[in-house]
Ligand binder design. Sequence first.
Ligand code: 5GP
Length: 130
Amino acid sequence: MTIFSRIVAGEIPSYMVAEDELFYAFLDINPVAEGHTLVIPKLEVDYFFDESDGMIAAHMQFAKRVAQAIKKAIPCTKVGVAVMGLEVPHSHIHLIPMQTEGDMDFRKEHLKLTPEEMQAVCDKIAAAFE
Ligand code: 5GP
């Protein structure tokens, strides 16, 4: 079981911004920008492109709704999208509010937000989710 499946199961806490039967969106614990969100399938799949065609479409469509909520909740020019990273073997779409292209740079120093700040960001995005 991946750490993300344990989050979906509620064994590990997360700042959940949205979910449906198939997908779960929550704040990245080590954000590169305020509002950095991960969108994962509840079904455990390691590699994004191993998802079925229908699942990739549904995953992206759910991510789109989450991105629209992020755009409303967090001041930004666009919400960037990345499928990358090798750390957690559970497919995830990174959604990152962008003011500049540098905001998508994972090598730069990540933000250190307090639990209260994370909760406030989470609440704003969750409230904007339709
Ligand atoms: P990647 O596989 O994309 O390299 O890394 C996984 C991403 O998930 C990273 O951005 C990391 O900060 C995030 N992450 C790893 N473990 C946890 C966790 O337990 N909770 C949350 N919310 N995010 C995590």
